[in-house]
Design a protein around this ligand. Structure first.
Ligand code: HEM
Length: 742
């Protein structure tokens, strides 16, 4: 594999970054030691920060710079712009007296604070947004008239990644499905593509959504466990509603614990209907493909990160953008003829628990998304963004997928209460970049000042405005077959196991090992025997080897299948192992010994930067080493934040390498700081690459990993890193742990 090209912005940033801090410093200017006292205007946003375009509530361009929406002037004011002299003392009857009701500043300040919180999302509460640009290739022009998909059209977007189950403050790295929601601000109105990183869903009909979410959320009595599926109510539901088994096996696979939002696929899940200029229709499924490939954490890393850095994915996304390693994804479509059966290769396209293997219908790239700006204000942007499946420009339409149909109702409904009324589309992050003339009036938090007297149609008093448009959105006049009104699924929805089996058989042995251990872990966390047995029965209907291995781990007998095992053709593209990918934006830890060859460490640091990655210097103490800032100490560093480590020395135990001071020090070691050995040990068991040269070779020896796969040694740091970079293209060194699933 060719080493990936350094990202341009990273190259530009190299010089500055080598002498300053790594991504993550809080302000756009360094803080001063003394409290600043000379009045000045607010600091500008940080270089990597974006903000919603300053459109009017009705979509008009204002031409104003983003800071018009931010705080103004040098002086502290009330919410109504009156300057204040004091905000530290309430108005009291004497220095020791009670506070006075007339203190309007105290009341305004406290009252506003008391109402700062809004309801968190009922699902996907934990999420992270960023701005980007979508550029169309023009390859979808034959199937859709949507203007933003015409060749070279550029469209601003806001993306929000999320977990499903956890509360707003929950950890990023839990085992869960991830949301991948994209708002395109197209010239013809917004388009919301509200997808997940898993191409199928738990249920086939939206009416069960409250059930699956109630089952997966914490138990209603003790409100535990937070943000995870390893509990009785979840497995109770999915083992009774076996249509969930396909989604569940994806969750139990490495897809449930992504390494980064940058290394995650996205899927629109449902089948959508596209309409071209001539009115011809096509059925499609949307896919996002990350430029960096699909990579995951190991389960132990995910667990450690939940405590060590619960914001791991959020930090990774924002740090990567700040470093100029902009996340990129290609949007693609699988294309199917729009026939009366709404099926392809025998697969029901209206069933959201089914994929169409890419080997049968290749994903055709239609455009590229580059995410390149972090939010300026998390609440205003990530929290207030409102997605809705019915937000679609002309050229895109829905299908009768019963899950999709219910979603068309749910998002608007929930946002009415979450965002406090019917005008949430006027919040800056939601404002379209197309003219809005909607006849919707008044309501809480109305930002528009509507003119005219006739918000109705037809009218003559406002000159007839607004008019309907010939080229406007048309609901495709799909024929609805004559049928009784009935609460029933089509018979094709009854197949609950064949694609779960297809997924299992498409995995490499390493991935199968991970799936076995995930099921075993989750079911072992359940208390109820009946639930474990019921889920084992479902596994028996997927694959006997999978079932047997999990049953062994649980100490339970292996049930026999109750349905014939499906005869399926595996889809190798579902596996994430066996390919190589660019390595832009990876994090490399460099252990430096201040008493060793510091120059060699700093030289390799420069090479890592130049390769478009982020090197972090790890030293026994903070401050500077050899004129370079130390970013992690042995006390603060933990292996889980690095994709690889380089050992540029063999530092002796530091003064704080004592269990009484730092439990990570463990048992005292003789020659090398025990925290460095822990780093090596964890990286090794997480199948990460490790490199060493010079004195660093001693560390490998003491850790007992010399000569094992993915442990690279050479005479110089540059040579070691060159090899590491190649290995990193495959993400992990699974050869270290031969897998044998039988
Ligand atoms: C294919 C199946 C589904 C996918 C891919 C999906 C995806 C998502 C995503 C990505 C979000 C987070 C949006 C954001 O970042 O703000 C979300 C939120 C939400 N979803 Fe779904 N979802 C699915 C099914 C459903 C169903 C069936 C319902 C209800 C019937 C539903 C109701 C909701 C609600 C109420 C929210 C919170 C929205 C808000 O408060 O703004 N979802 N969903």
């Amino acid at each position: 594999m060719k080493p990936s090209k350094p990202v341009k912005a990273v190259k530009d940033a190299v010089k500055a970054a080598l002498t300053s801090q790594v991504p993550g410093s809080p302000g756009s200017a360094p803080a001063t030691l003394e409290e600043p006292t000379t009045p000045r205007e607010p600091l500008p946003p940080k270089g990597e920060q974006g903000a919603p375009e300053t459109r009017s509530p009705t979509g008009a361009e204002t031409g104003s710079p983003a800071p018009v929406n931010s705080q103004q002037g040098a002086y502290l004011t009330t919410a109504t712009g009156v300057r204040l002299r004091d905000t530290d003392h309430s108005l009291k009857a004497g220095p020791r007296g009670p506070s006075l009701l007339q203190d309007h500043h105290l009341r305004e300040k406290i009252t506003h604070f008391d109402h700062e919180r809004i309801p968190e999302r009922v699902v996907h509460a934990r999420g992270t947004g960023a701005h980007g640009t979508f550029t169309a290739y023009g390859t979808a022009e034959s199937v859709t008239r949507a203007a933003f998909l015409k060749k070279n059209a550029e469209t601003e977007v806001f993306v929000r990644f999320s977990t499903v189950l956890g509360s707003r403050g929950s950890a990023d790295t839990v085992r869960d499905t991830r949301g991948f929601a994209v708002k395109f601000y197209t010239d013809e109105g917004n388009f919301d593509l509200v997808g997940n990183n898993i191409p199928v869903f738990f249920i086939q009909d939206a009416i069960k959504f409250p059930d699956v979410i109630h089952a997966a959320k914490p138990h209603p009595d003790r409100e535990i466990p937070q943000a995870q599926s390893a509990h009785d109510t979840f497995w109770d539901f999915v083992s009774l509603h076996t249509e969930a088994q396909h989604h569940t096996i994806w969750n139990m696979s490495d897809r449930g614990i992504p390494r980064s939002y940058r290394t995650m696929e996205g899927f629109g899940v449902h089948t959508f209907r596209l309409v071209n200029e001539a009115g011809a229709t096509t059925l499609v499924k949307f896919h996002w493909k990350p430029k960096l490939g699909v990579h995951s954490l190991t389960w132990e890393e995910a667990q450690l990160l939940s405590g060590i850095d619960p914001d791991f994915h959020r930090r990774d996304l924002y740090d990567a953008i700040e470093a100029g390693a902009f996340p990129e994804y290609e949007l693609g479509i699988q294309v199917f003829p729009d026939t009366a059966e709404e099926a392809f290769a025998g697969i029901d396209l209206l069933d959201p628990t089914k994929i169409v293997p890419e080997e049968l219908a290749p994903v055709q790239p239609i455009g590229k998304l580059v995410i390149d700006r972090t939010p300026t204000n998390f609440f205003a942007e990530s929290e207030q963004v409102a997605f809705h499946l019915g937000t679609m420009p002309p050229g895109i339409d829905v299908t009768n997928d019963p899950l999709l149909q219910g979603r068309l109702f749910s998002y608007v409904d929930t946002q009415l209460s979450r965002l406090g009324g019917p005008n949430y589309n006027q919040i800056p992050i939601n404002r379209p970049h197309a003219p809005v003339n909607d006849m919707l009036r008044d309501g809480f938090h109305q930002h528009a000042v509507h003119g005219g007297v006739a918000p109705y149609r037809p009218n003559s008093l406002d000159g007839g405005n607004p008019f309907t448009a010939e080229d406007g959105f048309v609901d495709v006049p799909v024929i609805v077959a004559e049928a009784p009104k009935i609460r029933q699924n089509p018979a094709s929805f009854d197949d609950h196991y064949s694609q779960a089996r297809l997924f299992w058989l498409s995995m490499t042995p390493v991935e199968q090992e991970h799936i076995i251990s995930a099921y075993t872990f989750e079911l072992a966390k359940c208390y109820e025997q009946a639930i474990k047995e019921r889920q084992l029965q479902a596994l028996a209907n997927i694959d006997p080897v999978l079932c047997r291995q999990v049953a062994t781990g649980l100490g339970l007998p292996e049930p026999k299948p109750t349905v014939p095992l499906a005869d399926v053709t595996p889809s190798p593209v579902l596996s994430q192992i066996g390919h190589t990918w660019p390595t832009d934006g990876r994090t490399i830890g460099i252990v430096v010994d201040p008493d060793g060859d510091v120059d060699a460490a700093l030289k390799v640091r420069e090479v890592v930067f130049g390769a478009g990655m982020t090197p972090l210097l790890i030293a026994p103490h903070g401050g500077m080493v050899g004129g370079a800032p130390v970013q992690r100490t042995f006390a603060t560093a933990r292996s889980v934040e690095f994709d690889a480590i380089l050992l540029a020395g063999a530092p002796i135990p530091a003064p704080d390498a004592r269990p009484a001071r730092d439990a990570k020090a463990g048992r005292p070691a003789a020659t090398v700081d025990p925290r460095v050995l822990l780093l090596v040990d964890e990286c090794w068991r997480h199948a990460k690459t490790i490199g060493a040269w010079g004195d660093g070779l001693t560390v490998l020896q003491e850790a007992g990993v010399t000569g094992t796969p993915g442990v690279v040694t050479a005479t110089s740091g540059e040579a070691v890193f060159g090899e590491i970079q190649v290995l990193l293209g495959a993400h992990r060194v699974w050869e270290r742990f031969p897998a044998l699933v039988a």
